[in-house]
Design a binder for this molecule. Structure first.
Ligand code: 3H9
Length: 694
């Protein structure tokens, strides 16, 4: 084996040159990989004993894309298109041998080979859209030529992967092999022996014809995905590039792709999304809990409470094959809870995401019990009952008696003191908060809450099990509301204050919707139910909440809240009576009525969140600013293309943020406007949250 570059080697076996890329962890296309591939191909072409070339990767995966850490830096060595041209123009056939994930630039490299083979577990995708980008090395022009326009649209705007079977069916790969290297070499030999042509995807035009005949395909696709892609530039640019593939010759399409790619790469959305990519991975790292900390082996789980949360949490475990026991007080509650779980799964059958067999297999993993004694042998218990401290303490005392030593005991509390819950046991080191977000089977965020005594093993296990069940875990400390809800509460205070000062709730909601949130605070309250925590017996019209509930408005559930809801379509219309009711209440309390602009509303909603985030960092409740962003993006719908509250504040400029907070503090007062010393210091030093490192 000869080294071609620091990460690429070449070996000739029986007339086949095998070029191996070994650039851990994911064989990203660093400059030495791009140079190594091109040099390796050139050496193989020059070697008369070589008849064909196989491109393969060592380690866990085929090339997973461009090296994202190189983005924004000075370009070094050959560009990926140059390397691809060397491959595509090779007079000897090149076979890409794929395992793991061929993603982004990795798939684009494979598409510049003449043939592709893969093992059956391999996956393929162009996930650039998730980084606010589009495939910038010919992917937008080659993929639709292979898969047809509809599939390319789906793959490139979602960034989702397809499996080897689907790739074979649509022509993205030529064969599925059992033994990757031997299979690829045999394929290459056959290509030579049988004189197969040097296939260049750039020359395929057949599969573009359907879209040429039906140009409306793009209009329909845009309409269908508009809601999901709202605010994002990258999905629209991906679509435009596929349109270019249909309407322009290949080389012009490549030029169009390059221009659009460069524009996205230099824009703030992609900067935010690339930042988020690393932030999510960083959140998994706990500075004082080493990577090799021993973990509890999780083979079985128990959930206390068969309500919406409990059922949703149980689904996460069943989805990855972990048997789970749900405990509730009586059979009727259990039956009801399990019925909801089944209905949720059946909805996935209707949408084509699961088969009926999948549902049966998952339901078979979920059992019910009416006694907590059933949890004696499980490895992890997650309590998901109402937020009453006394009830939680009673449950944890019982779990302490019942559960085997070493079991992880978690509470799904969204605000209560995990230390107090742990104090009900003789093993506080085993207790941790695991705060799931509703609906728990859908929402990605998991706030793991470490108590004072929580052991490293329990923390490491909660983080790992979170990842295993498909969540994005972030570790936080104990305080009222933890990170997510504590910040949410600040936004709520200001939203309510603005409503009392005369800003219509719908105006406030619209500003946040336009910023990129899925909905504003008032629409969110209507969805959750306005009567949560409202007691009709004790209601005296002394708060806006009481007034609204007393008027018979309880939110979406009865079609009337801050908005009125169409019973058929659920479409919402602002309710002028509510606006008047809140305004009159404000005036009766002597609240000064003000004029509002979009900028003022946005400032008053978002700046207290940033300020609170800074206080959370000062107190050590969050490990790093980027964890706060991960929490807000995954738990509360903060638009990822602005990077989360802390990244967004950096882009606004912390000096501007501080100045505005001081202005509002002087004008409005209130604890949430008291400037965080950390924020003030960073601004004074001309620094950013990102400069705090991690
Ligand atoms: C692109 O290709 C643009 C082209 O079209 C244009 C070219 C001109 N670069 O996720 P993991 C690191 S855009 C650098 O925990 P997993 C990651 O940070 C790219 N580093 O593992 C982590 O580091 P650490 C299109 C990367 O097994 C470590 O690898 N491609 C890259 O759960 C392990 O990662 C993508 O967007 C990278 N490209 O998942 C694919 N990728 O250990 C992005 C990963 O220090 N990558 N790292 O925290 C992924 O989706 C997942 O990493 C993958 C593995 C599925 C591959």
């Amino acid at each position: 084996m000869t080294a071609v570059s620091q990460s690429v080697s070449l070996e000739v076996e029986d007339g086949i040159a095998v070029i191996t890329i070994d650039n851990p962890p994911v064989n990203a296309l660093s400059s030495h990989v791009r140079d190594g591939i091109a040099d390796g191909v050139e050496q193989a072409i020059a070697d008369d004993s070589v008849t064909a070339i196989v491109l393969i990767c060592a380690g866990r995966t085929f090339i997973a894309g461009a090296d994202i850490t190189e983005f924004g830096g000075a370009s070094k060595g050959r560009s990926l298109p140059e390397t691809q041209a060397t491959m595509e123009n090779s007079p000897k056939p090149i076979v890409a041998a794929i395992h793991g994930t061929a993603l982004g630039g990795g798939l684009e490299t494979a598409m510049a080979a003449h043939y592709r083979v893969a093992i059956d577990s391999a996956e393929f995708g162009l996930p650039e859209v998730k980084l606010g980008l589009l495939p910038g090395a010919g992917g937008t022009q080659r993929l639709p030529r292979v898969t047809g326009v509809q599939k390319a649209l789906e793959m490139m705007t979602s960034g989702d992967r397809i499996g080897a079977d689907e790739a074979l069916e649509c022509g993205l790969i030529n064969e599925i092999v059992d033994d990757l290297k031997a299979g690829a070499m045999a394929f290459a030999r056959k290509a030579v022996d049988e004189g197969w042509p040097l296939v260049k995807i750039r020359d395929f035009d057949e599969k573009l014809q359907a879209a040429k005949d039906d140009p409306e395909i793009f209009t329909r696709f845009r309409a269908k995905t508009a809601r999901k892609t709202r605010g994002f530039l990258a999905p629209e640019y991906n679509i435009q590039c596929i349109e270019a593939a249909v309407n322009m010759p290949f080389d012009e399409g490549i030029k169009f792709e390059r221009e659009r790619f460069t524009e996205l790469m230099n824009g703030t959305q992609s900067a935010a999304q690339r930042y988020y990519f690393f932030a999510e991975r960083q959140a998994a790292k706990i500075p004082d809990v080493p990577k090799d900390t021993p973990q509890i082996e999780i083979n079985t789980a128990g959930i206390i409470g068969a309500g919406t949360m409990g059922g949703g949490i149980a689904m996460n475990f069943a989805n990855v094959g972990i048997p789970v026991i749900i405990v509730d007080r009586d059979q009727a509650s259990l039956d009801k809870g399990l019925g909801v779980v089944r209905k949720n799964y059946e909805r996935s059958v209707k949408s084509g995401r699961l088969t009926m067999e999948d549902v049966d297999a998952r339901m078979a993993l979920i059992s019910g019990a009416t006694s907590r004694e059933a949890l004696a042998d499980v490895d992890i218990v997650i309590e998901a009952v109402f937020e009453f401290m006394d009830l939680k303490k009673e449950i944890f005392a019982d779990l302490d008696r019942i559960c085997k030593p070493g079991a992880l005991l978690a509470s799904n509390t969204s605000a209560l003191d995990v230390n107090e819950i742990a104090s009900a046991t003789s093993r506080p080191e085993s207790v941790i908060g695991m705060h799931f977000f509703s609906p728990a089977n859908v929402m990605k965020l998991l706030e793991n809450v470490r108590g004072d005594a929580t052991s490293d093993t329990v923390i490491a296990t909660a983080m790992a099990v979170g990842k295993r069940i498909g969540k994005i875990p972030a570790l936080v400390g104990v305080c009222q509301g933890f990170v997510g809800n504590r910040i949410l509460a600040q936004r709520r205070i200001e939203a309510d204050n603005m409503a009392l000062e005369g800003a219509p709730p719908a105006m406030i909601d619209d500003v946040l919707y336009d910023f990129g949130f899925p909905m504003g605070p008032f629409a969110m309250s209507d969805l959750a139910g306005l009567d949560i925590g409202w007691d009709p017996e004790k209601s005296t019209g002394s708060t806006v909440k009481e007034l609204i509930n007393e008027s018979g408005r309880h939110g979406q559930k009865n079609g009337r809240g801050y908005y009125t809801y169409d019973p058929e379509t659920r479409a919402k219309t602002p309710d002028p009576e509510v606006v008047a009711m809140i305004k009159a209440f404000g005036e009766s309390k002597g609240v000064e009525q003000r004029e509002f602009t979009e900028e003022i509303i946005l400032d008053r909603c978002l700046l207290p969140m940033v300020n609170e985030g800074a206080k959370i960092l000062e107190e050590g409740i969050a490990i790093r600013p980027s964890d706060i962003d991960v929490i807000w993006i995954n738990g509360y719908g903060w638009p990822v293309y602005t990077g989360g509250p802390m990244f967004w504040a950096d882009t606004v400029g912390l000096d501007v943020v501080v100045e505005k907070i001081k202005h509002y503090s002087a004008m409005l007062g209130g604890r949430h406007w008291e400037l965080s010393p950390l924020l003030e210091r960073l601004a004074a030093e001309g620094k950013t949250f990102q400069s705090m490192g991690s």
